[in-house]
Design a protein around this ligand. Structure first.
Ligand SMILES: NC(=O)c1ccc[n+]([C@@H]2O[C@H](COP(=O)([O-])OP(=O)(O)OC[C@H]3O[C@@H](n4cnc5c(N)ncnc54)[C@H](O)[C@@H]3O)[C@@H](O)[C@H]2O)c1
Length: 283
């Protein structure tokens, strides 16, 4: 399943021990990329590495795992030193690690958890973005680079566009990712040949995250949700114009589009993958 868009490219994926990240490691290695997988959960990361290495794919190139805490500048710096000595260059970054925080109505939301969510989802994403962009900028020709060969995709969420009840910290953090994407993409990184876009998925499943989130919403005490997880699920899907969940594969195809030269004239945008849930013109 070799894919010319990724053959010979080195892609850093953060949150590689999680659902999206693990699927992304499989997706991009199968297509001929070398994958640099990061997570602070060492055992989840190793499961990803072992799963990828157990694939008997003719196009399988290379994956290495690095235990890295994205909220620590020191951890990111030393990880990048190892990455550069192992791979020598970085072409693409999927800045994807994240934490949803607790699911609680605003009046009860814990301030410490709010800070934790912002620290991982916003500060952590920025530390990774800035550190990798410095390396990309050093690899670019320095002057105005019209080919824009480097690409970064940040994982935002529809929660950042429309707000998800009982998830104030998460929604705020993902709105910050949308603004960060626009802020860094244009005057700051475009001159270095680096494109930066974000992806905003919603209602992806079936699977652990979908089921777990419906259970948490049902037990959150929010008057917005039924206390029955199945009714929560039904109501959510009822609000999607396409009347179904999205798949991780559909998320990955959109990430691949933004990372690759298929989107070579696109920077500072957000690609929404939500079956039409959040669509419409905004005032
Ligand atoms: N699953 C969905 O439906 C959905 C929808 C919209 C957006 N998202 C976003 O997509 C991304 C991935 O989601 P997922 O469903 O795979 O979640 P997940 O919880 O399965 O994976 C997140 C991964 O990030 C890692 N991580 C957390 N803190 C970290 C840190 N400080 N340093 C390094 N790694 C850290 C975790 O260990 C975990 O492996 C997240 O940013 C999430 O907010 C997910």
């Amino acid at each position: 399943m070799s894919d010319a868009r990724f053959v010979g490219k080195t892609i850093v994926i953060t949150g590689a021990g999680g659902n999206f990240g693990r699927a992304g490691c499989l997706f991009f290695t199968k297509r001929g990329a070398s994958v640099v997988a990061w997570d602070n959960n060492e055992s989840a990361l190793m499961e990803t590495i072992n799963e990828v290495r157990s694939q008997d794919e003719a196009n399988y190139i290379r994956i290495e795992g690095y235990t890295c805490d994205v909220t620590s500048e020191d951890s990111v710096r030393s990880t990048l030193e190892s990455v550069l000595s192992d791979f020598s260059r970085i072409d693409m970054l999927w800045n994807n690690a994240g934490y949803q925080g607790e699911i609680k109505p605003t009046l009860e939301y814990d301030i410490e958890d709010f800070s934790r969510v912002m620290n991982i989802n916003v500060t952590g994403a920025f530390i990774v973005l800035q550190s990798v962009a410095k390396i990309m900028a050093g690899q670019s020709r320095g002057e105005q680079d019209s080919s824009h060969p480097f690409s970064i995709v940040n994982t935002a969420s529809v929660a950042g566009l429309r707000g998800t009840p009982a998830m104030v910290a998460y929604s705020s953090s993902k709105a910050a990712i949308l603004a960060m994407t626009v802020a860094v993409a244009k005057k700051d990184l475009a001159p270095h040949g680096i494109r930066v876009n974000s992806i905003s998925p919603a209602l992806i499943g079936p699977g652990y995250m979908w089921t777990r989130q419906n259970e948490l919403h049902a037990s959150s005490g929010s008057p917005y949700f039924s206390s029955d997880p199945e009714q929560v699920a039904e109501a959510k899907i009822g609000g999607v114009p396409m009347k179904r969940l999205g798949t991780i594969e559909e998320v990955l195809k959109s990430v691949a589009y933004l990372l690759s030269s298929d989107s070579s004239y696109t920077t500072g945008t957000n690609l929404v993958v939500d079956g039409g849930l959040s669509g419409g013109l905004k005032a």
